[in-house]
Design a protein around this ligand. Sequence first.
Ligand SMILES: Cc1cc2nc3c(=O)[nH]c(=O)nc-3n(C[C@H](O)[C@H](O)[C@H](O)COP(=O)(O)O)c2cc1C
Ligand SMILES: CCCCCCC(=O)C(=O)O
Length: 376
Amino acid sequence: MTAPALRPPGVPAAAQPLTVADFAALARERLPADVWDFIAGGAGRERTLAANEAVFEAARLRPRALPGIEEPGTSVEVLGSRWPAPLGIAPVAYHELVHPDGESGTARAAGDLGLPLVVSTFSSRRLEEVAAAATAPLWLQVYCFRDTATTLDLARRARASGYQALVLTTDTPFTGRRLRDLRNDFRIPGHIAAANLSETAAAGAATPGAHSRHAFDRSTGWSVVARLRAESGLPVLAKGVLTARDAEAALAAGVAGIVVSNHGGRQLDGAPATLEALPEVVAAVRGRCPVLLDGGVRTGADVLVALALGARAVLVGRPALYALAADGAAGVRRMLSLLTEEFAETMVLTGHATPDAIGPDTVLPPVPPYPARSHG
Ligand SMILES: Cc1cc2nc3c(=O)[nH]c(=O)nc-3n(C[C@H](O)[C@H](O)[C@H](O)COP(=O)(O)O)c2cc1C
Ligand SMILES: CCCCCCC(=O)C(=O)O
């Protein structure tokens, strides 16, 4: 549990980010207000956005006296790969919006720690270029387009360039009603491209809400899982599952894993926080596939809470963009180091030598009312 090297020589201790919240504050200072709103914001009244973090904050951990653990082992196995910590980066669009290092920088940083990155369909770098920068597992997130050839082309390219899985986003027939973006009349700046889409498929992508409404295939059903598997030969995970019913449907369709996600509160406002939904999904899955979670994970203790309630691993979305905005690839490296370090420390303080040992008795389940959160 060596403390990560956070501070370049000459930088005062007070200036170094020590938490994800510190990275968020730096990102907010550095980014144009409408870009900050696009990233930090959610759908509707942002109730689900707020709940994701608030429910983690309300969870209480049971400490272990004299734990007798010198150095915990933090690694976990996910779909046949060993991750050094139960942590990866969720798919988020357009990393170049916040820093010119873009997805290649994020991939380098994740690779330095051996942690996985899920590359978005709306990556600002070509997925082949990201693969060339990566040294840890990459998964490709897939949206289903009305133009089926676009979707299947992504699946085939992922396989050809060494991606290990596809992550099918199941909660986005169109993007949610994001009031900040509507008020700001937000547009992706002209120099940032949806680099993996043809000119035709990307036409109009600068306005995500409008583009998703004409380009995404709303008739998509669970049969697409078999199609993606057949086309790519890759395992397919379903991202966006919050209920037992959808977990059963995903398993029946042949998924290799489930990501409990509400898209960071950007889709259905009023959907449960992911930590609230996790136990229902885990109970329905009954160990038939790994269950991951994203949404509101901001500390290593949050990672441990999610594992205690049945997640195999977690993904972080906004924290990666905040860290990239703050300091490019170096920022992402630091942020991932911090979360890993916090997780290891929390393991010791709760008396767990390995992630497998972390069970529900470690956590006093969160009880409402949850603390109010402000998202700037
Ligand atoms: C700016 C931004 C862009 C996103 N882009 C995508 C995307 O392209 N595909 C996708 O499936 N999810 C996308 N998401 C959702 C994330 O994958 C993830 O579910 C969410 O960010 C997790 O919550 P967190 O930000 O609280 O960690 C995006 C989220 C944000 C904030
Ligand atoms: C045309 C749709 C762009 C989607 C942008 C990425 C995304 O999923 C998000 O939440 O934002």
